[in-house]
Design a protein. Structure first.
Ligand SMILES: C[S@@+](CC[C@H](N)C(=O)[O-])C[C@H]1O[C@@H](n2cnc3c(N)ncnc32)[C@H](O)[C@@H]1O
Length: 169
């Protein structure tokens, strides 16, 4: 097990984010084989997901985020530098959970949903961060896409307006 799971060695923000994501995953009553996450940054969510899923596909458009995550040598994470064709590598209805935390513009979230929603299994989950943040871009995008409010909201411990949304497919 990685040192990242020794909470005494990590900072409070890291620990709070991991706890928040652990709580979110606990609300998903699906298989936990595979997750695609959009947006790696320092890798906190990737690390949190690697504890609960057999395989984590972590996408980012910035190479340094990929290199940093790879340097942690977490065996069940595959960090992928995203381009226009990346989402095509996943088969339709093959992935248990999607987590969106990349481009927070309304158009960016819509693109993620259009490209990756088909990849999620029936009875799987579509989730993401910053529901009420970023001028409500994320909220506007997901409500337009799904035509309803999220099934579940998980409050963020790390910042106001950063709730995690969850929709069951
Ligand atoms: C808020 S950070 C992600 C934080 C991370 N999910 C966590 O909780 O630890 C956003 C990341 O999304 C990346 N990003 C921006 N646009 C993206 C896109 N279209 N696809 C994938 N990643 C993107 C940025 O490079 C940045 O690393």
């Amino acid at each position: 097990m990685s040192d990242y799971w020794d909470y005494s060695k990590a900072d409070k923000k890291f620990n709070d984010r991991v706890k928040e994501l652990t709580s979110m995953i606990g609300k998903m009553d699906c298989e936990k084989n595979t997750i695609i996450e959009v947006g790696i940054w320092k890798g906190t969510s990737s690390i949190a997901f690697s504890k609960h899923f057999k395989k984590v596909y972590s996408l980012d458009i910035v190479k340094s985020a990929i290199d940093n995550l790879n340097s942690k040598n977490i065996q069940n994470i595959e960090a992928i530098l995203r381009d226009d064709k990346t989402c095509d590598i996943f088969d339709d209805e093959s992935i248990d959970v999607l987590y969106i935390d990349g481009d927070h513009s309304k158009e960016g979230v819509m693109t993620d949903l259009k490209e990756l929603y088909p990849k999620i299994k029936k009875e799987g989950y579509i989730s993401g961060h910053d529901y009420e943040g970023n001028n409500l871009n994320v909220k506007k995008a997901v409500i337009e896409f799904f035509g309803r409010e999220p099934d579940i909201l998980v409050k963020s411990k790390t910042c106001k307006g950063c709730s995690n949304f969850i929709y069951k497919k």
